[in-house]
Design a protein around this ligand. Structure first.
Ligand code: SF4
Length: 389
């Protein structure tokens, strides 16, 4: 079986090459927000690029601070979401990773993660003078027919919008293939995480976070499924360092992409992260089998950040039990107000269950808001709390 590393390299290369190639050949390119139903667009032969994912690449390549600084030239507050600032700064910075993203022909944004993406894409549309389509998702509640109808109408309009700007039709067979592969990849992604239900953990959480890219940019592809199958195969027999006595942690929220290991380097084999919920936010539920469009509506209306607080609380509870966690680290990511709002109630809930927690403040992509000293101090005293339990 081909190694996961080699498949991942192919996925990166294919994604970035597809953009460059499409530009050369005059095929349509869309910038889309992370939880856009990309399967519809791919089934209409639109090449889709994710500015958020590109911001991650720039942050991991130590380019983010320069790009965030450059966004100042366009008068953006440095306290906005750092993904958006990186995207706005891209035009003013030379030598970008992969040569930068190709210029888009259209933009598609959704509000099933936050309102920031909508405003961000509106500004991009004005700046680039290209068409924008926004999908509005109501807060996800249990199967609700009016939500389905409301979103279904918008998907019909999205198809019309793409048709109008590309003259491409929706290929139903291609759509089915996309949805099948996305569904399969999500099942495999869940199994990657399940490896860490065992004690000690089977796969380092850094390996998991570095394996997220195909869940985002490789949606609807066989290659993403091959990658996750290889990753499971390579890790199912291994034990990462650690023992049955290792203190098991739940890292809540975003990683820090600018750090080489994506999480602060203050853990040792006695104290390790068993689960990070953020990577599971991409484990969408495509199981509504009534139709491909129906499956997409359920999947994308039920994104983590669009859940009710009650659902988030019971999911955190479930993860804490399933991964046998001893303590929780909440990353108060100053970029993302939508995720910040949940920390206090989640912390209270965990405290009622006797699970101690600590909050550390930083940012997912802006190293300017990272203080090693502050984090080391908080983690060290948290370690003492956990050891004394
Ligand atoms: S980090 Fe938060 S605010 Fe920024 S785009 Fe993502 S969900 Fe929106």
């Amino acid at each position: 079986m081909e190694s996961s590393r080699s498949i991942l390299a192919k996925i990166f290369a294919e994604y970035y090459l597809s953009g460059t190639q499409a530009k050369k050949e005059g095929r349509p390119i869309a910038y889309i927000s992370a939880f856009t139903p990309v399967e519809i667009l791919k089934a209409m032969d639109v090449v889709c690029m994710y500015p958020e994912s590109y911001a991650v690449v720039c942050s991991a390549s130590n380019k983010s601070q320069e790009m965030i600084q450059a966004s100042k030239m366009s008068s953006f507050s440095q306290d906005l979401c750092s993904y958006s600032l990186i995207s706005f700064g891209a035009d003013n910075v030379p030598k970008l990773p992969y040569g930068g993203l190709p210029e888009p022909d259209m933009l598609i944004a959704t509000n099933n993660q936050c309102g920031t993406t909508v405003l961000w894409f509106k500004l991009l549309a004005q700046k680039k003078n290209i068409p924008l389509f926004i999908i509005d998702y109501p807060v996800a509640t249990d199967d609700n027919d009016s939500i389905k109808e409301y979103v279904a109408k918008q998907y019909e309009s999205l198809i019309d919008f793409v048709k109008k700007h590309t003259q491409n039709d929706l290929n139903d067979q291609k759509l089915s293939e996309q949805v099948d592969y996305s569904r399969k990849a999500c099942g495999l992604w869940k199994r990657v995480h399940d490896l860490n239900k065992e004690i000690p953990v089977k796969i380092d959480v850094t390996k998991i976070i570095n394996a997220l890219f195909p869940m985002v940019a490789g949606k609807g592809t066989k290659l993403a499924c091959d990658f996750y199958e290889a990753l499971i195969d390579e890790n199912k027999q291994t034990n990462e360092s650690g023992s049955a006595d290792t203190i098991r942690l739940f890292w809540h929220g975003y990683p820090m992409w600018f750090l080489p290991s994506r999480f602060p380097e203050c853990f040792d084999s006695d104290f390790q992260i068993a689960i990070n919920d953020y990577t599971l936010w991409w484990n969408l539920d495509y199981r509504n089998g009534t139709s491909d469009i129906g499956a997409l509506i359920t999947a994308y209306n039920n994104t983590y950040l669009n859940w009710t607080l009650d659902k988030k609380l019971s999911w955190a509870d479930e993860l804490a039990i399933d991964y046998s966690v001893d303590g929780i680290i909440f990353h108060a990511n100053r970029s993302c107000r939508r995720s910040l709002a949940d920390i206090v109630p989640l912390r209270e809930k965990m405290s009622q269950k006797g699970i101690p927690s600590v909050i550390i403040e930083s940012d997912m992509a802006n190293p300017g808001f990272f203080s090693k000293e502050q984090i080391d101090l908080r983690i060290e005293s948290f370690r003492d709390v956990l050891r004394s339990k």
